[in-house]
Write a protein that binds this ligand. Structure first.
Ligand code: SF4
Length: 315
């Protein structure tokens, strides 16, 4: 603690299960900590993410603030994806150039807490890295070395099962038809509905999605898929040397649309899932295969941390 005793405790919500469980955990186990919860809405979030954050706000009984809105009161207007796309000459963000996370999430957060640091506060940020996750130094939590990082799930040995139990007990969706009628649904387990078809939160067009998730996005939210295609059209303007699309160089989303291609992607996903279950010696008859998609998508695709997807967006 600083000599003046001023402290700001902050916990960022991504719309994912780990940060949500951490918010519930801190509220229930550490009511003595005056936590400030925040969620940086990119303007392109899935409707299920917004619903989840709203329900969480009700549970923790505190307003979840948006750093964008906090800083815009004094020094800038709220800026969303379209604004930043123009600033980047219509180059879509990608794993190699992830300006979206920096401009839409990290910068607003750092600007917001800077005013507290300037005012002599000690700032402590709480992050939902679990005890069962491979830990490496340098998680992109914050670039500001003055901000202290705490990982209560690691400190208290809470793993994936522990996170699931926290969400199940909080039961945020208990009043929904889905939760009442289907005990295997995501909502019945206290999880947001997008876990029925996608492994992580984030923008509708996030380039960290696997092909199977793009296919499911098109099936669930065709208008969001069409919007993602329109952004690709914008990215094409004036470029004839090969264009980077959401799926990478020279691979527009339209390449996923033919029915036979959709079928192929679904079969390929099923094949990978079966290979994963075999490798882990899990009996396919004893598991809810949706749980496997929800919890093990990275392992199914032989990746760690979503192939580099940052914790700011999906934790
Ligand atoms: S969710 Fe994906 S597209 Fe959205 S800010 Fe994060 S990395 Fe970028």
């Amino acid at each position: 603690m600083t000599a003046n005793g001023k402290q700001l405790h902050v916990l960022g919500l991504s719309g994912g299960k780990d940060s949500a469980a951490l918010a519930i955990y801190m509220r229930d186990k550490h009511p003595e900590i005056d936590m400030t919860y925040y969620f940086t809405d990119t303007g392109k979030e899935l409707p299920e993410v917004i619903e989840f954050v709203n329900r969480l706000e009700g549970y923790i009984g505190k307003k979840i603030i948006d750093p964008y809105e906090e800083i815009s009161r004094s020094n800038r207007e709220k800026k969303d994806f379209d604004y930043w796309l123009k600033q980047h000459n219509n180059f879509l963000p990608s794993p190699q150039s992830r300006w979206c996370t920096i401009q839409m999430k990290l910068v607003p957060f750092e600007k917001w807490v800077q005013s507290y640091l300037d005012d002599g506060y000690e700032v402590i940020t709480y992050v939902g890295i679990r005890s069962d996750e491979p830990y490496r130094e340098g998680y992109q939590v914050t670039a500001n070395k003055k901000i202290k990082v705490r990982m209560p799930f690691r400190e208290d040995s809470i793993d994936l099962q522990g996170v699931k139990e926290i969400l199940q007990q909080a039961d945020l969706f208990s009043d929904t038809e889905e939760a009442k009628s289907n005990p295997n649904s995501a909502q019945a387990k206290g999880l947001p509905g997008y876990y029925e078809w996608r492994s992580r939160s984030g923008c509708t067009f996030c380039f960290y999605q696997r092909k199977i998730e793009w296919v499911r996005l098109k099936e669930r939210y065709p208008e969001a898929f069409e919007e993602a295609k329109r952004y690709e059209k914008t990215a094409e303007d004036g470029r004839d040397d090969g264009v980077f699309y959401w799926l990478g160089k020279d691979t527009p989303l339209s390449s996923l649309e033919a029915p036979e291609r959709v079928e192929q992607i679904k079969k390929e996903h099923q094949r990978k899932k079966e290979r994963f279950l075999k490798r882990k010696r899990i009996n396919v008859l004893q598991v809810n295969t949706l749980d496997i998609d929800r919890d093990h998508m990275d392992e199914i695709y032989d990746q760690q941390e979503g192939g580099g997807a940052c914790i700011t967006c999906y934790k």
